[in-house]
Design a protein around this ligand. Structure first.
Ligand code: TRP
Ligand code: ZN
Length: 880
């Protein structure tokens, strides 16, 4: 059982930061590893921080769920009167300015279902310490502004745990009596405790090397269960690409002689950047064409990149406190986005990132847990690994680059590392480095870190004589924390198309030379006007190109103008946006009238134009031909008409598929695989459009689509095509029994592929999926203790199946509510994420709202509820 806190904890405030009273110079640990009981001896060399007040602060050590055997100071064993324990903190008065503190504790990895601290995953033992898991392993000042050098001795049974890994370099290893062995690892870089890692198990390895730009050779090792060894190649390729890219784009080299990646099937999140010893959810490591889709390959490359890039942005320069989390996460997401953009299609990547931000982060902003990219308070820090901190944080970093230019941004980053290497710093330090390196004032920019919610940008255009006047105004959302913040500094990229849909130079009044076709405007006032010359009256504005600021843009385009932008805007993001707005208008009307509008000419023409464009990148075409999801359509509505949205969207899809059936079939045949699978960019893009067309036809209920899907399911030589066919059959409501059975028989032993099998069934938009979920939960491959399974079955159901989750009788709510009661006792972190499914309970009409609220209240009343879930549920219910 995990350790319960029971009673509510108070929130921690950003403003209450104070520096640690003591620093740790050196950590020496000895872990005697075993599944049931592991004994941890830790010796800390601590030194008092000179404090301004001259006061002598006690040493504060954090511990959680530790069976403490002894605590000694400078060799003298303490009695319980010698220290005071309050909650998770042990206070120790030390007379001198230096001391050696030794603790001995026992922990129980096999019982650790929370997957935080040291836990058992299959036959392995491994750690997850971010954010505050190290305190579940030993007593320690578990805060990121305490950076220390670690030397770690691991000892274990040799046949059960032949591989023993920790951070840094292996400096010693050897045999012991009774078929036991040990290894000593030394990490030469001082680090915060959240980057500590240990792995022990019977692991197979794929090995390679990377020679850095300065000529050092680094050993690369990717580890997994021996059964998965032949699916590690892509992860290795991705790691090598990431290392080269960071050298070339940012001049950053790896700093140790060895780099490990370890894959595990039991992991709370995506992956973890532990110094020199990354630990990964196996879904972001294992791949081959037979078992992984193109999307999986791309995600692996991105996450491997992300964790690798943390070595500089997170590890070498880390966060002072957890309020600064976006300092490392926003920056590192920005870096991984750029990595993907440089390796693949920049335009398609930017479309996806912008769409994803609107779908997920804007939703968070509109909900009870809305917070700034740098939160002001939290109860459980694990609840703040959010799309706001990560993805909106990345947009904030991107805005520096947009404002300063790529070169200016690079200068800022170089100065940041020069100033802060080896330190634990703040978002303000990052801003200062950007400003100082570019000799500019960015004080106003700091407001992005403080504001809550999605800002609105309103635009209007008028003619004054020969001039075109663009009026812009901005607003923050109503939120108590937004009072007094003032205007944000917004980079806004704009362009114009002429009557023939060609790009025009954007020239400000008073300028002599024609301006660029995409012009950067900076709005740093509540409102401002920009005057342009030489623009014809009928010019169509393309605003917020490249999604240059994370705001909600309001501008009154006509449907004709949107159709022109959808067809011809050279900016891929705005082309996609225009297509979205066009179909949203149709869908809004269809939802309101409970039937499709009569005239869909403009939308049909825009879709046809995409099909008939011979030169378009097929991956871009697939993005343009995607209707907004039901969740996206629900986002702006209150009350949400779940069934009306589903019906309108299905009808529009059927209508378009009917109108365009020949084109869809042509495209499916043209793009059908020729020869064996290939992973190159063109092949991936073609598969994406091919499968998109197939899904469109099959989900529209067309027999032509179902027929093609059946053939493809049988003949596919790769998971992308096989899974697309299975999705088309299941989600299209066609008879998929045989396909599901043969898929299961084939992949029964592959956990990651079974996750796909679970997820596609959990997604089927039909009320009966509620009963299906109950059945899937009894499947032998399902385990409530495995986060990937919970996400594939219950998470997908709650988040991606509005029709079934919101079933009118409340059975969907009941199912998720009951799962949460069970999950909270096993894994609070994963439970808290799932609990967010009830966040918008107020927006679903009286009957549904009452039922959703009842689930939240029942959770809130649960004895021993974790602080993780309690924080989410309390915020959702809106009580203090
Ligand atoms: N720092 C990790 C990343 O962004 C994510 C992370 C934070 C994490 N907390 C975690 C991963 C807990 C697993 C479990 O890459
Ligand atoms: Zn990260």
């Amino acid at each position: 059982m995990s350790i319960r806190h029971g009673a509510s904890r108070p929130a921690i405030e950003r403003s209450s930061y104070s520096p640690p009273g003591w620093q740790v110079e050196q950590v020496e640990m000895n872990l005697v590893l075993a599944r049931e009981s592991t004994r941890v001896t830790t010796r800390l060399t601590v030194r008092r921080n000179p404090s301004d007040s001259g006061a002598s602060a006690p040493l504060e050590l954090n511990g959680s769920g530790l069976e403490t055997e002894s605590i000694s100071v400078d060799g003298r064993r303490l009695s319980t009167e010698d220290y005071r324990i309050e909650g998770e903190t042990l206070h120790l008065e030390l007379p001198e300015d230096r001391a050696t503190v030794e603790t001995v504790v026992t922990i129980h990895p096999a019982e650790n279902t929370a997957l935080e601290g040291l836990y058992a995953a299959g036959d392995m033992l491994l750690t997850q310490c971010e954010a505050e898991g190290f305190r579940k392993i030993t007593w320690y000042p578990d805060r990121p502004d305490v950076m220390a050098r670690f030397r770690v001795r691991l000892e274990a049974d040799r046949s059960e745990f032949p591989i023993l890994l920790s951070n840094g370099n292996c400096v010693e290893s050897g045999e012991l009596a009774d078929d036991r062995h040990y290894a000593v690892w030394d990490d030469p870089f001082a680090k915060p405790s959240y980057l500590f890692a240990v792995v022990a198990g019977d692991l197979a390895v794929l090995e390679d090397t990377h020679t850095t730009a300065s000529g050092r050779e680094v050993t690369l090792k990717v580890w997994s269960d021996p059964a998965d060894l032949d699916r590690l190649q892509w992860a290795m390729e991705s790691l090598k690409q990431a290392m080269r890219w960071d050298e070339q784009r940012f001049g950053l080299e790896y700093d140790l002689d060895i780099y490990h990646i370890v894959a595990t099937h039991d992991f709370n999140m995506g992956a973890m950047e532990n110094k020199g010893l990354n630990i990964f959810n196996s879904r972001y490591v294992l791949a081959d064409p037979e078992t992984a889709t193109d999307a999986d390959f791309e995600a692996i490359e991105a996450v491997i990149g992300h964790e690798y890039f943390h070595n500089w942005t997170g590890n070498r320069v880390t966060c002072r406190d957890w309020f600064q989390l976006t300092l490392k996460e926003g920056l590192t997401v920005f870096r991984d986005q750029e990595f993907t953009s440089d390796l693949r299609s920049r335009g398609v990547k930017r479309i996806q990132d912008a769409a994803n931000l609107k779908a997920r982060q804007f939703l968070e902003d509109a909900g009870p847990m809305a917070h700034p990219v740098r939160p002001e308070r939290y109860i459980e820090i694990n609840n703040f690994y959010t799309s706001t901190v990560y993805e909106k944080g990345a947009e904030v970093v991107r805005m520096y680059q947009t404002l300063l230019g790529r070169e200016g941004f690079r200068k800022g980053l170089d100065l940041y590392f020069r100033r802060h290497d080896g330190q634990a710093v703040t978002c303000d330090d990052f801003l200062a480095a950007m400003a100082d390196a570019n000799d500019t004032n960015l004080d106003l920019f700091e407001r992005w870190y403080r504001q809550t919610g999605t800002p609105t940008l309103r635009a209007s255009i008028r003619r004054e004589g020969e001039e075109t006047v663009l009026a812009l105004s901005q607003n923050l959302t109503e939120h108590p924390d937004n009072r007094g913040i003032g205007a944000l500094m917004m980079p806004i990229k704009v362009g114009f198309l002429d009557a023939d849909n060609r790009s025009l130079p954007v020239t400000l009044s008073g300028e002599d030379e024609p301006g660029p076709e995409t012009r950067l405007l900076v709005l740093d006032q509540p409102q401002a006007e920009f005057r342009f010359r030489d623009l014809p009256e009928e010019a169509v504005p393309s605003l917020l190109r490249d999604f240059s600021a994370p705001v909600k843009l309001i501008f009154d385009w006509s449907a004709e103008e949107l159709a022109r932008l959808a067809g011809f805007d050279p900016d891929p993001v705005n082309r996609h946006q225009a297509m979205r707005r066009l179909s949203e208008r149709v869908l809004d009307q269809a939802i309101a009238d409970a039937q499709l509008p009569n005239n869909l000419d403009l939308l049909e023409q825009a879709w046809t134009a995409v099909f008939d464009d011979d030169s378009i990148d097929p991956a871009l075409a697939a993005e343009l031909l995607t209707l907004p999801t039901e969740n996206e359509l629900a986002q702006e509505r209150d009350p949400v008409d779940v069934d009306g949205i589903h019906r309108a969207r299905s009808e529009l899809r059927s209508h378009l598929a009917g109108k365009l059936e020949t084109r869809l079939l042509d495209r499916i045949d043209e793009l059908a695989p020729q020869g064996p699978w290939s992973g190159d960019g063109r092949a991936v893009a073609e598969r994406s459009l091919h499968n998109h067309c197939l899904e469109m036809l099959a989900l529209a209920g067309r027999d032509s689509g179902a027929g093609r899907a059946r053939e493809q399911f049988e003949s596919a030589d790769n998971m992308t095509d096989r899974m697309a066919a299975l999705r088309a059959l299941v989600l299209g409501g066609h008879d998929a029994t045989a396909a599901l059975e043969s898929f299961e028989a084939r992949y029964r032993d592959n956990a990651l592929v079974m996750d796909k099998w679970f997820a596609v069934q959990a997604m089927k938009p039909h009320g009966s999926t509620v009963e299906k979920i109950a059945e899937l939960r009894n499947h032998p491959a399902f385990r409530m203790t495995n986060p990937n399974k919970v996400r594939a079955v219950i998470g997908v159901f709650a988040v991606h199946n509005p029709v079934a989750f919101h079933r009118a009788d409340g059975a969907g709510y009941r199912l998720v509510g009951e799962a949460l009661h069970e999950l909270d006792e096993l894994n609070p972190q994963v439970a808290a994420r799932l609990a967010g499914a009830f966040n918008r309970w107020r927006a679903y009409g009286e009957k549904r709202s009452a039922m959703m609220k009842a689930e939240l209240e029942e959770l809130a009343a649960k004895p021993g509820l974790s602080p993780d879930v309690e924080e989410i549920v309390t915020a959702a219910l809106g009580v203090e």
